[in-house]
Ligand binder design. Sequence first.
Ligand code: IMP
Ligand code: MG
Length: 173
Amino acid sequence: MNDLKKMKLKISSKKIKKRVEQIGLELSQEYEQENPIFIGVLNGSFMFLSDLIRALSIECEISFLQLKSYDGKKSTGSVDIIKDFDASLKNRHVVIVEDIIDTGTTLKFLLNKINEIPIKSIRIVTLLIRDIERPFEFTIDHIGFEISQEFVVGYGLDYNQKFRHLDSIYVLE
Ligand code: IMP
Ligand code: MG
């Protein structure tokens, strides 16, 4: 419980809700008449994905995969598949849902994996991105918020598996 006192509010649940609803509206327009499949990258994206799909006015399906690249506050540089997605992506409109894009290692790994499947289209949605210049090899279609170098927790994001349940985003000091 002591750790909870070391947190500084970064993005309130109210702000998150408003932004998620905007993205949901935009996606509903982009995929009008389609039935995209949303791929949530676990564990971090579970809360964002569940709010995002409830902000949609279109049909959709969901599937999850679980990847791990972080240990504590550090990126390990390699990505492990803990749980693979179980849906077929063949001939589907795919929407990747991430909690945060930092170095881009996780996403690059996932995109390489999906690259082998003949899909109809792909879009990338992330709740957070770090606002440093990174020459990503991919386009990010929807970004919730840009943050700086600080490590954040809450709304699905963890520090050593803790704090995912918080409904706002906090800087862990
Ligand atoms: P990347 O592979 O470096 O882009 O890192 C992406 C993954 O690292 C995210 O999906 C998160 O799970 C984790 N991550 C990166 N930064 C943070 C943070 O500030 N808080 C919690 N998790 C983070
Ligand atoms: Mg993640």
